[in-house]
Design a protein around this ligand. Structure first.
Ligand code: FMN
Length: 369
C-alpha cells in the first residue's frame, strides 16, 4: 500500500477520517460508508441501524432528498452512484469486522429513497487491501505524471467487478487517439455547464471557500481539494471567496490544462440501464472499488462527469441529444449505457481529504424518514 498521502487537515470536519476504524458494530459500518466518493461531496445519505431485524442486525441506506444537486443531477444519477460508493465501503468494513454482509438493493418498492439494506450475518473477519485503502482514497484534481499504465494493470482493474457485480463493466480509453477524443468531448461539456446559469449556480452552492465555511458546513468542494500545491491552497483559503464566474473559469482552465492532458487513461463505467437505481448502485460499487484498488497500488483517480451531467440536462430540458449521442458512440454497444467517467494515472502529488459530516448527523431513526 502506498502511504504517500497529504497531511490530514485539523478540525472536526476531518475527524471522520481519523475515528472510523475505532467505531464498533453497525455504526462502524456507517463510519466507513461516509468516507466514500460522492458527487460534489454533498453526502447524499442517511442510515438507519436496525438491531431488531429477524435476519440479524442490518443497516439501511437511504437517499437524502435535501442533498440533491438540482440542475447538475436532475434525475439523481450521481446521487445513487454515490450511495453505491458508500455501499462498497460498508461491505468491505462489514467483512473486515467479522460479518458476512448480504446486500439487498432497492428492497422497498413503495420507497425509492430506501436504496439498500446491508444485512450483517455472522462470518469470519476478512480485511484486505481495499479495506485498508479506505482512509487513503481521495479524489485527485492535481496533475498526473506523464507515464502510460501497463495494459495488464488496466485489464486487472476492468475485471474488479466480475465475480459479484452483475450490472457494471468498464471501458478504457487509453491510446493517444482515444484519450484525445474523450478529452475534446469533456472540454466541450465543461464549457456547456459553465454557460448554463442553473448548472453553474447549482455547483457554486457546494463551494466552501475557507476553513470557517467548512467548519459550519463539513461538506462540498473545498479549496484544499482542487489539486493546487499546498502553499497555493493555503493562500487561496485566505483570499476573499472567488465569485461564481471566477470559480467556473478556474475549473475550466484546470480541466483543459491539467486534468485532461495528464490523464494516463479515461474509464467509463457502463451498465445495461443507467436510469435504473439498481444499476447505478452497482456501478457506484464498482467505481469505489476501482478507486480503492488504484489507491492501494499508488495510482490516482479523478472523476470527470461533465458528459453525463450534460446528457441528463439535455433530457431534462428536452434539448437535442448532443452528449447523449457522444456517450452512446463512445460506449459503442447498444446494450450498454455510460454511467460515470473518470481519469486515472500516477499522481504527481498526493490528494487531500475532503470534509465529512459526523456519523451522528447522518444516522436517522425510522420515524425521521
Ligand atoms: C457520481 C460521482 C460523480 C463525480 N463527479 C465529479 C466530477 O465531475 N468532477 C470532480 O472533480 N469530482 C467528481 N466526483 C468526486 C467527488 O467530488 C468527490 O468524491 C467528493 O468531493 C468527495 O471527495 P473524496 O472523493 O476525495 O472523498 C464525483 C464523484 C462521484 C461519486
Amino acid at each position: 500500500m502506498s502511504t504517500a498521502t497529504a497531511k490530514l487537515p485539523r478540525g472536526p470536519a476531518y475527524d471522520p477520517w481519523r475515528s472510523w476504524r475505532s467505531r464498533e458494530g453497525a455504526e462502524g459500518i456507517v463510519a466507513a460508508g461516509i468516507l466514500a466518493a460522492n458527487a460534489r461531496n454533498v453526502q447524499p445519505w442517511r442510515f438507519v441501524v436496525d438491531d431488531g431485524s429477524a435476519a440479524g442486525p442490518a443497516v439501511r441506506v437511504h437517499a437524502d432528498p435535501a442533498r440533491r444537486q438540482g440542475a447538475l443531477d436532475p434525475f439523481d444519477r450521481e446521487l445513487y452512484v454515490g450511495l453505491g460508493c458508500a455501499l462498497e465501503n460498508m461491505v468491505l468494513a462489514a467483512r473486515a469486522r467479522g460479518f458476512a454482509p448480504r446486500v439487498l438493493l432497492c428492497p422497498d418498492a413503495d420507497d425509492p429513497a430506501h436504496a439498500a439494506t446491508v444485512v450483517l450475518e455472522p462470518g469470519e473477519p476478512q480485511a484486505g487491501e481495499l479495506y485498508e485503502a479506505i482512509p487513503y482514497r481521495h479524489t485527485n484534481r492535481g496533475p498526473f505524471r506523464p507515464e502510460p499504465l501497463p495494459p495488464q494493470l488496466l485489464g486487472e482493474i476492468a475485471g474488479l467487478g466480475d465475480k459479484d457485480l452483475a450490472a457494471p463493466a468498464l471501458r478504457w480509453f487509453s491510446t493517444t487517439a482515444e484519450r484525445a477524443r474523450v478529452a475534446a468531448h469533456l472540454t466541450e461539456a465543461t464549457k456547456e455547464i459553465v454557460a448554463d446559469e442553473d448548472q453553474s449556480l447549482a455547483g457554486h452552492r457546494w463551494f466552501r471557500a475557507n476553513d470557517r465555511e467548512v467548519e459550519r458546513s463539513p461538506d462540498g468542494m473545498t479549496v484544499g481539494t482542487q489539486g493546487m500545491p499546498p502553499l497555493m491552497s493555503a493562500i487561496g483559503k485566505r483570499l476573499p471567496a472567488p465569485s461564481r464566474r471566477t470559480a467556473d473559469r478556474f475549473w475550466l482552465r484546470q480541466t483543459q490544462n491539467v486534468h485532461l492532458p495528464t490523464a494516463a487513461a479515461f474509464g467509463i463505467v457502463t451498465v445495461p440501464d443507467a436510469t435504473r437505481a439498481e444499476d447505478r448502485l452497482e456501478g457506484g460499487r464498482l467505481l469505489q472499488r476501482i478507486h480503492l484498488f488504484a489507491t492501494a497500488r499508488g495510482l490516482a483517480v479523478g472523476h470527470l462527469n461533465m458528459m453525463t451531467v450534460r446528457a441528463d440536462r439535455e433530457r431534462q430540458l428536452g434539448l437535442p441529444s448532443r452528449f447523449g449521442k457522444v456517450l452512446a458512440d463512445l460506449v459503442g454497444d447498444p446494450e450498454r449505457q455510460a454511467l460515470v467517467t473518470f481519469r486515472i494515472g500516477r499522481p504527481a502529488n498526493p490528494a487531500a481529504a475532503s470534509p465529512r459530516r459526523p456519523v451522528a448527523e447522518v444516522l436517522a431513526r425510522e420515524t425521521d424518514l
